[in-house]
Design a protein around this ligand. Sequence first.
Ligand code: 6CS
Length: 334
Amino acid sequence: MRPNGVLRLALMAFFLMSSMHAATWKYAMGEGESDPQGIYAMKFKEEIEKNSDHKIQVYPVGTLGEEADILEQAQAGLLQFVGQSTGYMGSSIPEMDVFFVPYLMPTDPQQLDAFFKNGKAINTMFPKIFREHEMELLAMFPEGEQVVTTMKEFCSPEDLRGIKIRTMPSPLLLETYKAFGASPIAMSWGDLIGALKTNMVDGQENPAVWIEAYGLDGLSKVMTYMGHNHFTATAMANLDFFNGLDPKDQTLIRNAAAVARAHVLEVAQEFDAIGREKIKAKNPDYKIVHLSEKERAVFRARTASVEKAFIERAGKRGEDVLKQMKADLAAVTK
Ligand code: 6CS
């Protein structure tokens, strides 16, 4: 074989190997590109593509199915990555419902950062739990403080009696709003706008950035901060896919996930404030209420039944996760 033939063969093998190595990975998420999960995904994509020959194809919510569908697709290996709201995960990973036990997270932004960055439950316990469900946890992050939109003001469980509050499909969120005195209805995001317009539900909870972005303030009269929770999102990889990668690519993914989480932790708080300001500017008559500590204490006193319901469903490990979340909360708020 002529020398240049050997060289050509070597070059072809090299490019074949490098093309085999350069992949396009699918990343589906539960929000749009300009929403917090989208900001996370686009930063992750930027980091992966900046530091390797791989590409990331991002699929916003609705392109490959609704929020409830994409975790199953990722677990089946149809997707390499998935971004998901915790409110859609409790039915497949019961321990994830711990994120719906009220008053378990700090409200102060710095304390919240530390809770997500250093908490043992999130950074040590959940990665092990996710692996049992065919997923490699890459990041968890808050998108903004949960705030409740309704047609009438409320400041006590009595005021919420008979009020139909939509919740994400997490079984524990129904328990939470029953404990708060309301009549909760579990519903996917895709059905909520119609349900609000037809008075099938009276209200719902989401962060201000989401309320403003999707016009939920236009379908309510007041939004109330109870200090009861934050909207938490996750980013994960299919476990078989991740374990099948060479260590270099695993490190690439973990580094990209860490950079993206730091980025979204930074912008999510600002975004939430911007969302609130936009609501005030758009609709000066719209009421924004912050319950007092005394009023919050009445709701907080009702969380025991929610914790009990969580442990009944998530078992001993759920109880251990709950204990650790409380210890993590104490560690950042002391
Ligand atoms: O309320 C929901 O279901 C939606 N809310 C947010 C903040 N993200 C996606 C989720 O589907």
